[in-house]
Design a protein around this ligand. Structure first.
Ligand SMILES: [Zn+2]
Length: 138
């Protein structure tokens, strides 16, 4: 619902503008459910600070596209550091949290499809391929 509303806002009327941070978060929460993908805590109550996080880090060539972003709580976003999604997901599970592997895989598959459609992203491509391979084995 929120997704359709925001897409509607961004495209047919008026100049197209990029979604701001808050709008991106609304779209992502609507797509993935309102939980942190890493620890599973609800991001709806307002008690846990919600952020968006790049699956393929920007330093690894990850694009700033919605397909490369998931919702995470501020703690998990900060603690992930330089770990890959597969490494961090395993670490979260080892801590007894409830990471949403399916949501991470879905986002990476959507990113892979978006890269195939739009082209470019030569650095992000192999990162996505290796992460999907590792996550499917977990
Ligand atoms: Zn979290």
């Amino acid at each position: 619902m929120a997704h359709a509303m925001l897409v509607g806002m961004a495209s047919p009327t008026g100049p197209r503008r990029p979604l701001n941070r808050r709008e991106r978060l609304v779209v992502i929460l609507d797509r993935d459910g309102s939980r942190c993908v890493w620890c599973g805590r609800s991001l709806e109550s307002g008690l846990v600070h919600a952020t968006t996080e790049h699956l393929v880090p920007r330093v690894k060539g990850g694009p700033s596209w919605l397909e490369n972003e998931v919702a995470a709580c501020r703690r998990c976003n900060g603690e992930r550091g330089h770990r890959t999604p597969a490494e961090w997901l395993q670490e979260c599970a080892a801590r007894g949290w409830q990471p949403d592997r399916a949501a991470v895989v879905r986002a990476l598959e959507a990113l892979q499809a978006a890269i195939a459609a739009k082209g470019g992203q030569r650095r992000a491509r192999p990162y996505v391929v290796s992460q999907l391979r590792r996550l499917r084995r977990l």
